[in-house]
Write a protein that binds this ligand. Structure first.
Ligand code: BEZ
Ligand code: FE
Length: 283
């Protein structure tokens, strides 16, 4: 993994690429399906070239930019910002989910985070404790509302400066990452910090591209979740905060109305919110 003094697009991009490459992914796509997809992709690109009368200078800039994306390790970042939300939509439409809505995984998930009890505080540094706290609680159930005692709620999110552990230097390995084991009724109660809006790295080719069309690199503040239970379909999703900046204009187009939280101060003045996860049976 790349480590550097200051967080950079190059550092986080290459850390995400190294993690992704370690997975060695495969797909059982047939030759016929691959042929149909490639023809349509190339046909769509040809249409764009003709529609916009793309010039040789623009073509060469594209070639250089594609080389840069690879060198900065930004393919996971770029694809997860601009394409993953469409893949995620197709995934959920195809499988006909009736439970909790999904959202994109993004490039910063790491499996096997520390196991935590149903009532827990996320691993965090002293400096993270100074940020506003959030108590996030709920129940994992099946479609009929029965609690699922064997479920786990994996939670990961950025710190108060917008950095993810393992993708920026100097942060403890499992900071703000945990796998919460729900209690015998499927309940959990997690204390963490309320994340701030997240700016995707702007000092690399993905950021340069966004700048070149006058866009912005912001995602609304969010929690990432992966919820699993024996015999149920796992769900990958994100939760956002009502009225938060960029909720209506997410660079990654990943917000859904069903995924917006509205925490309220509890008796001790700490923001608290309940969100229940509903899992479909395994198909
Ligand atoms: C994120 O949710 O952290 C994320 C998603 C897509 C691209 C980059 C980051
Ligand atoms: Fe994120």
């Amino acid at each position: 993994m790349t480590t550097m003094e200051n967080p950079t697009a190059f550092g986080s991009g290459n850390a995400a690429t190294d993690k992704f490459k370690a997975e060695r992914v495969t797909s059982d796509t047939s030759v016929e399906r691959a042929s149909a997809i490639y023809q349509d992709v190339l046909g769509a690109l040809a249409d764009v070239i003709h529609k916009h009368q793309v010039t040789y200078d623009e073509y060469r800039v594209l070639k250089q930019w594609l080389i840069d994306v690879g060198e900065y390790g930004e393919w996971p970042l770029f694809l997860d910002v601009f394409l993953e939300h469409e893949i995620e939509k197709v995934h959920y439409e195809r499988k006909g989910f009736a439970g909790t809505k999904g959202s994109i995984e993004g490039p910063y998930y790491v499996p096997d985070s520390p196991r935590l009890p149903a009532k827990c505080t996320m691993p965090m540094r002293e400096q993270d404790r100074l940020a506003p706290s959030l108590i996030f609680k709920g129940q994992v159930t099946d479609l009929e509302g029965n609690g699922l005692p064997g479920a786990t709620v994996e939670l990961w999110h950025a710190d108060e400066e917008g950095f993810y552990s393992q993708f920026a230097p100097g942060i403890p390995e499992w900071n703000l990452r945990g796998t919460v084991e729900v209690d015998e009724n499927g309940n959990f109660e997690i204390t963490t910090l309320k994340p701030a809006p997240y700016k995707i790295p702007a000092d690399g080719p993905t950021g340069w591209m966004i700048q070149s069309y006058g866009g912005h690199p912001w995602r609304p503040a969010h929690l990432h979740l992966m919820v699993k239970a024996p015999g149920k379909r796992s769900i990958t999703t994100q939760l956002y905060f009502k009225g938060g900046e960029w909720v209506d204009d997410d660079v990654a187009t990943a917000v859904k109305p069903e995924l917006i939280l509205d925490p309220q101060p509890n008796a001790a003045g700490i923001e608290e919110v309940t969100y229940n996860f509903v899992l479909d049976p395994d198909a």
